[in-house]
Write a protein that binds this ligand. Structure first.
Ligand code: ZN
Ligand code: ZN
Length: 360
């Protein structure tokens, strides 16, 4: 089988999306098309947007005009070295921090592909790589929070199951509900700016000028530090003694988490993720030494900070080394600087700066 008709991938399109669009263009349904292309049913149910085995890349490249690199570029494989301590030698199917896992029970996905309902009805709709990144909670074009499932029947968004008879991404494959009519909520503007800054850093070669307090100004330091703080703040949210930190970061209302606190950030409810990103965006307005003071004032000791993390980022290591080895009460040396929300003008200016990167 060769592709009789071949659609060209969008720059930020996922491999699943490109296979689906080719299947439909060739008068087939995605599953049959994928079985013919990969010679194996199970490949289609794996998370091929994250990683695709070498032999499958070779098979696919023989059927279409894309090079092996061109096929790999539709996956998130190149990101992983920037997001975690993992390398290509590690098991590619193990958990990747900051990439939303699809979660499988048999052939049914239980989690996993966020979408913007309004993007699905645009001409030439496709699935975007950014929707797989755990910190991406909203669509930068439509500014609404992303959705994970059909509001009518509750099934997780399952575009891999669309058929030739009903080939539109915007219809639920279980009940036929028009997903573009889903109820949506606007995202917090500061979170949207923070999210887009993180995506720029992840995808672009040039490390954007961002005021994140880092020891090493590189991606790995940023994302590993982010991962640690996301996890730390879920933990701290449960404990009364850390209330001062939340208050200092302008988070006066105790957030009631919708997901249990032992789940990873990538699997959390979108409102929980939005809340945590807002906290971190406020935290990253501080200098490193102010962050150390804030933690020490709350009697955060080294063990409590490191928790189960085996490896620390250079920035986390810097903070860790300035915390006490065990809990000792320290008289409060409260910080003098007040964190204030960004003004509307400032948020709009920041959004203008990132707008040129957003494909509309
Ligand atoms: Zn959108
Ligand atoms: Zn449905």
């Amino acid at each position: 089988m060769n592709f009789a008709i071949e659609v060209h991938p969008h720059e930020d399109e996922t491999l699943t999306s490109w296979v689906i669009r080719n299947a439909i263009a060739n008068g087939s349904d995605p599953r049959s098309f994928a079985i013919a292309a990969f010679k194996k049913d199970s490949t289609w149910y794996r998370d091929i947007d994250r990683y695709i085995p070498y032999e499958k890349v070779v098979q696919l490249s023989l059927l279409c005009s894309l090079s092996q690199e061109g096929i790999r570029a539709l996956t998130l494989e190149s990101l992983i070295q920037n997001l975690s301590h993992k390398t290509h030698k590690d098991n590619p199917y193990s958990k990747w921090q900051l990439i939303t896992p699809i979660g499988l029970k048999g052939a049914i996905r239980t989690n996993g592909f966020y979408f913007c309902p309004k993007c699905l009805v645009m001409d030439d709709a496709y699935l975007k790589k950014q929707w797989k990144l755990a910190w991406v909670v909203a669509c930068p074009i439509h500014k609404n929070l992303l959705l994970l499932s059909c509001e009518n029947c509750g099934q997780v968004f399952s575009p891999h199951k669309i058929t030739y008879e009903n080939p539109y991404l915007c219809y639920c494959t279980n009940c036929g509900f028009n997903l573009s009519a889903s109820t949506t909520e606007y995202v917090n503007q500061e979170v949207l700016v923070f999210q887009e800054q993180l995506s720029q850093v992840a995808f672009k070669d040039d490390f954007m000028e961002i005021d994140f307090p880092l020891i090493e100004n590189n991606r790995k330091d940023l994302f590993l530090t982010l991962t640690l703080f996301l996890s730390l703040f879920v933990h701290m949210n449960q404990k009364e003694k850390f209330a001062g930190i939340f208050k200092y970061l302008n988070m006066n209302d105790k957030h009631a988490f919708r997901t249990s606190n032992n789940t990873t950030f990538a699997r959390m409810h979108i409102k929980d993720k939005e809340h945590l990103l807002f906290i971190i965006s406020n935290l990253f307005k501080l200098s490193l030494n102010e962050i150390v003071t804030l933690l020490r004032d709350s009697e955060m000791a080294q063990n409590g900070f490191k928790r189960t993390f085996r490896n620390l980022s250079p920035t986390a290591e810097y903070i860790f080394n300035r915390l006490d080895t065990k809990k000792i009460f320290k008289p409060s040396r409260s910080l003098s600087r007040e964190i204030v929300p960004k003004s509307k003008e400032e948020v709009e200016r920041l959004f203008d700066e990132i707008r040129e990167y957003i494909k509309i």
